[in-house]
Design a protein. Structure first.
Lengths: 523, 523
């Protein structure tokens, strides 16, 4: 007789990661007609900028969204970059396999990192339109390859068809995805605002955007310097768990435990490594791959007993205060702007990160893009724009540490009424290990150190804003004061002179003195 | 000469889903010391209740959190159920392989669904403590199996070791996970509150909880009826995309297109299927597996031209208003409670769901569990408790459609000041397709139909609350009014009588009449 368990477990199945995300597309950001389209743009553009920077060129990105005749919710999305191109043999895995990529295992700051994003948009295109993605690419070797890619969801594998090759002098990659059941709108959550935010945080990127109605927008770079590339930063012993150590040990080229530690971890010299191995009591000639958990634990705790330099942060690449201000000025034309790049900090013991914050006041600040044809709309009050490694985060605002840090700030202390102030608050979190809450990467988890650092950055910026606002009020008061004297002093002088039978005195020097400014002249 | 692309793509790698979630444990809910421990409890308990219900028994769950000697942040977590047990051959895949399970492909309401949760907690235990999980299980065949399970993260495979077997009459499963770097606290986000919320939404479940200090809490069931099992509900043609149709077509047992449609979709009779196939112009003898995308599209649009019954909702299992009220009363001892189960609705055309809302006012409502030893703490104001298919959602509150629906409600209209009212608001979303925003399943995406329905349910409950609050105010006013007359009428009567030299009249009938209630007697 069968037990109930045997009966129930007949239904037991395995699934591929593609099938999982096909069923749970919302986890990748494919939820809602506007958001889904923006997510495709987001995946294409972050990949394009990462790739161009990896190739050491100034990113030049072309984005086109075209309506396809068949229906109002049917589009063709094209993203083109000027990066290194993709060798033909990798096309299938880059676009058709999830959890595959060049960025997953390097300890280096980048926009994308999981090897899911672009395959996700190929999949979403495929399940809504039934059409493969078309990839055109050249590594600059004189040959251009064009091919169609679909995902075999059951196997998590790319299927490449219709490969064509032709001669041509060009280097870069162009991805076209056909997608249905999505909507194009110039709202806060639409592609236009996404690209505008990208431009603010990436003043070195040139973006050309063609909207479905043919409107062409060129977001010019505010600088023409290629930012220095982030550098790989090996894990630091303070941020490491025993399990991390064992994973590294399996792959290291180091032959002894000490040489393994010195090779794979940062801030660990050969001498320091030997000291730690001795302290831990682990056999110094043991092969790293043979370390046990218990030995790894002893090594991790031995590291806590020796002096080490703090984790390296030189590999991180913040935007920099000057460029944040440039970006905000270029796009928002504000009256006042100020930005700060905080010094590096670490969370969970050894994971380094940097927070930057900026404010823009007046001009188009505080207003998001709305309505066709206008550059900006009429929305009032503070606008919070969030970034992680320069990539805009425009969804899942409610669950993000940046949002809660901004909300927890007492803005009245800084003279700001956030419901009416023409204010844009900018925050960028930079790290090789941004703690995203979801595979859609739109929201940062509330790690206490990260949260506190975001708060500090916001307060730094808010203090400068307060200074500006007070100066503005003082100038206005002085102008008013000057106005009063200017209005009445001449009358009094005239009357007094006429009463005294004297000549009317020159009161201009007096006016200047009383008003404390020459503003009377300007008004 | 190598192109730059060839150089860059040398770094291209594939990764397993376990490795992905090992690196991004925050996406599964493993972030923060308190939350990580609660997530382990959550995964164990939802699985245990699902399994018991699948086996048709009243769930009896034992949860133990023990301190392990080695350190203050080192615990052993045990969850035991009285379900069907697990056949020995499945132990490895159930606990050691992500994206494997019995629930992934059935179109049926359940708490868990992805086949990630329990493997995730085995992995988190393993990477923090280095220890395997221990599984003890019996299918009730007289033999009990105990084994250790670890995950081979690189391969996404379970490794079973130390298998022991012994005789014994018992059926169920007991999972023990050892975990480090977590904290036990009786806070809003801790295991105690999680279990209390589970008890509210599952009044048929018996929970025994032993805390690290040995405190034993028994959450008694408020009912002893096994809820009817949810039923599988095939997809309805209105909620289907061409891609879904092709996926179903590959696996169907139907031999013709018409029999395929009638077998795999709900509300599609043989006759209706034939009508649709004719309308679509697809060859009726075609094998389902050979359908093209274009034919699938024609079938999907043909379905829109025929009359169909609305999607079936009989398979959904809400808690029911009476049991929600029971649960709230049992745990919160409120003055007033009211709950509503709304009629089924669909989102995205054809995905059925039900929303339930309840309010509890007074007693321990509006206060979350805080502080050792007390049952509840002193937190003031409205407490929102969210559920999906009866499983508590306690994290990622900010990004959840339930939270935004509750926030968008104008509580003053219902006479409620949410910053002070002793109010607990309960919301449960029931569906085979809950649109979670993340693999951690703590937050529901803002699908417009779902959001609106949550709002309506909240307003239904809030209206009843308003009636109660007004009645309360009226009673209080009447009591005050009665109090005034009661105080002065006798004096007036006495004085008047003495002035008139008459006998003091019996004013009780008058008092009754004036006060309009007999409340005077009670006070």
């Amino acid at each position: 007789m069968k037990t109930m368990a045997e009966e129930l477990f007949k239904e037991f199945r395995e699934h591929s990661v593609s099938e999982f995300f096909r069923k749970n597309a919302a986890m990748l950001g494919y939820t809602g007609k506007i958001r889904s389209l923006t997510t495709i743009i987001h995946e294409g553009v972050t990949n394009a900028i990462d790739a161009a920077e990896d190739s050491g060129v100034l990113p030049k990105i072309f984005v086109t969204i075209k309506r396809v005749n068949e229906g109002p919710e049917h589009f063709r999305v094209v993203v083109e970059d000027n990066a290194s191109g993709i060798p033909e043999g990798f096309i299938s895995n880059v676009f058709g396999k999830m959890l595959a990529g060049t960025k997953l295992h390097r300890h280096m700051q980048s926009r994308g990192q999981q090897g899911i994003g672009v395959s996700g948009s190929v999949m979403f295109g495929q399940i809504t339109s039934g059409r493969p993605a078309t990839v055109t690419t050249s590594t600059g070797n004189g040959e251009i390859v064009r091919a169609n890619v679909m995902i075999d969801v059951d196997r998590n594998e790319g299927k490449v068809t219709n490969v064509e090759k032709f001669k041509g002098k060009w280097r870069g990659t162009r991805v076209e995805v056909e997608v249905k059941d999505v909507t194009y709108m110039r709202s806060r959550y639409g592609p236009f605002n996404y690209l505008r935010m990208t431009a603010i945080a990436n003043p070195h990127v040139h973006i050309t955007f063609a909207e479905p109605d043919g409107t062409l927008t060129i977001l010019e770079p505010a600088t023409d310097e290629v930012p220095e590339r982030p550098k790989p930063m090996p894990l630091h012993p303070w941020g490491i768990m025993s399990d991390d150590l064992l994973v590294l040990a399996k792959r290291t080229k180091g032959r002894t435990v000490a040489s393994f530690l010195a090779t794979e971890l940062s801030r660990v010299s050969k001498r320091k490594a030997e000291e730690v191995v001795k302290l831990s009591g682990v056999d110094e000639n043991k092969k790293p791959a043979e370390l046990t958990w218990e030995e790894a634990e002893r090594i991790v705790s031995a590291f806590k007993q020796v002096k080490l330099m703090a984790p390296p942060t030189a590999g991180l690449r913040p935007i920099g205060a000057a460029d944040i201000e440039n970006g905000l000025r270029q796009i928002l034309k504000p009256e006042f702007t100020y930005a700060v790049t905080r010094p590096p900090k670490v969370y969970r013991g050894g994971l380094p990160f940097i927070v930057e914050a900026g404010v823009a006041y007046g001009g188009n600040a505080g207003k998001s893009v709305e309505g066709k044809g206008e550059e900006v709309g009429a929305e009032a009050g503070m606008e919070l724009i969030r970034f992680a490694n320069r990539a805009p985060l425009i969804f899942d605002q409610g669950g993000c540490a940046i949002t809660s840090a901004a909300r927890s700030t007492d803005w009245r202390r800084y003279g700001v009424d956030i419901s009416t102030a023409p204010l844009t608050l900018f925050v960028n979190v930079v790290s090789a290990y941004v703690p995203y809450t979801s595979a859609g990467k739109q929201s940062i988890a509330e790690e206490p150190e990260v949260f506190n650092e975001i708060r500090s950055a916001i307060m730094d910026a808010a203090r400068e804003l307060r200074r500006f606002l007070y100066r503005k009020i003082r100038v206005k008061e002085q102008q008013e004061r000057a106005g009063v004297f200017e209005q009445y002093l001449p009358v009094i002088a005239r009357k007094a002179a006429s009463l005294a039978g004297a000549k009317e005195p020159d009161i201009k020097p007096l006016l200047k003195k009383v008003a404390g400014v020459e503003s009377g002249k300007e008004s």
